[in-house]
Design a protein around this ligand. Sequence first.
Ligand SMILES: Nc1ncnc2c1ncn2[C@@H]1O[C@H](COP(=O)(O)OP(=O)(O)OP(=O)(O)O)[C@@H](O)[C@H]1O
Length: 325
Amino acid sequence: MTPSGTGAVIRTEGLRKAYGDIEAVAGLDLAVPAGEIFGFLGPNGAGKSTTISMLCTLSRPTSGRAEVAGHDIVREPAAVRRSIGLVFQETTLDRELTVEENLRFQADLFDMPRRTARDRIGHLLELVDLADRRNAMVRTLSGGMQRRLEIARGLLHSPRVLFLDEPTTGLDPQTRGAIWEYLLRLPREDGVTIFLTTHHLAEAEHCGRLAIMDNGKLLVEDTPALLKAVIASDLVEIRTGDDTAAAQAIRTRFGLDATASAAGLRFRVADGAAFVPRLCSELTVPIHSVTVTPPTLDDVFLHYTGRPIRDAGGPGPTLSAGPRR
Ligand SMILES: Nc1ncnc2c1ncn2[C@@H]1O[C@H](COP(=O)(O)OP(=O)(O)OP(=O)(O)O)[C@@H](O)[C@H]1O
């Protein structure tokens, strides 16, 4: 494996982790380019947290190799740890300290010179929009503010990679959107590469690149747009005056198989928007409503696994703060 200089800041080769008979990560080959927001999407138990655990040196691989920022995760764990920031799903902030004290405490742990720490704290508080709260006790901050502070703390020692395990779990949709505003700025304004896990499809859409994982295996990896382009068809749902007659007509006239659903009839067709006017003019059965939905990442998951991601397991346990061996 070639270390740094190849543009990849994370590189894995046959990375594997078994817990007894359970193959949590079953041979992962991955290259994450520097400056990306790289998402790891998969249902509960897919192996996302186990992968992050190994890359952050909290858990030792059963076999295979990985490098983070040019350092081998098994042979150079200390160098890897200096190169990364880590934000856990559960808060690890001290609620009885102020915003600034939490950051100072972290700076001391990293032996940062006082002046460097002061400058860096100022920069990061501006970046996550908490400069006016620097003297507030953490317990008085909202959930979204606390998450932003965790992100600032993870970035304090200027890591090359920031790992985030399910960064917006437990936050309401509005706060989730706000957190993403900050995350999207980080590669550009702080030069950091972000590696995050998620099982939220909407969240995965924000990532520059996305790896979809299931049962410990990488199914596919690409940009969200190119992943969806593979599906090459839109979902059309129609409500009609007579679904049986409409399904029959759609089959004979257009050669499409429409199935009944709670939303009426549904079928897939390339370029749904262009198809709808034809459908309306050529179908003699009354049409009450038509909905066209472009391919989603759920469709991509279904394409590769045969089942929708929302049926494959909801939110569940995530990376714990302690080592998992
Ligand atoms: N410490 C452990 N001991 C035994 N089995 C484990 C351990 N940690 C994880 N596993 C198993 O490994 C598999 C992958 O788990 P992992 O937590 O990596 O999945 P995940 O994709 O992160 O899921 P989630 O979204 O629920 O966090 C699961 O079958 C899980 O039960």
